[in-house]
Design a protein. Structure first.
Length: 135
């Protein structure tokens, strides 16, 4: 003869597993990248950003990189007197770099959400950009 505990334990285990599965699905669904970047406190999609500026190919020590011209992007989104500003690129992992206008004129922003500059230290290259602050 089986007791009530033997019937309840499998049901309880299945219930706990279902809660775990539903929780994991919810967390993963809520962490979908929006694929947007905040530039000067305004949100832009990656596709929108790539429609603003022409492509530029630069040569770096790791080969060629093609992306949109950073200086052209800043001008097209309407930043007044772009040469009088510095630009702070912020990454998902909290890494950030401040870039001068002189470097912006040589740099590219790639489709995989990275910036590169020719003839500079790799520490200036920022990956997984979430914001460009105009300072």
């Amino acid at each position: 003869m089986s007791s009530g505990k033997e019937k309840i334990i499998p049901i309880f285990a299945i219930f706990i597993l279902l809660i775990g599965i539903i929780s994991a699905l919810y967390v993963n669904a809520s962490q979908v990248d929006k694929n947007t970047i905040l530039i000067n406190e305004k949100e832009y999609s990656i596709e929108e950003i790539f429609s603003f500026a022409s492509e530029r190919t630069i040569q770096i020590d790791e080969g060629e990189k093609t992306g949109i011209a950073l200086d052209e992007l800043i001008i097209k989104i309407g930043i007044q007197n772009p040469s009088s500003h510095n630009y702070i690129f912020k990454a998902k992992d909290s890494y950030q770099q401040t870039i001068s206008w002189e470097l912006m004129q040589k740099g590219v922003f790639t489709r995989d959400n990275r910036i590169f500059f020719p003839d500079t230290a790799h520490s200036l290259w920022v990956f997984d950009i979430i914001e460009i602050e105009v300072n």
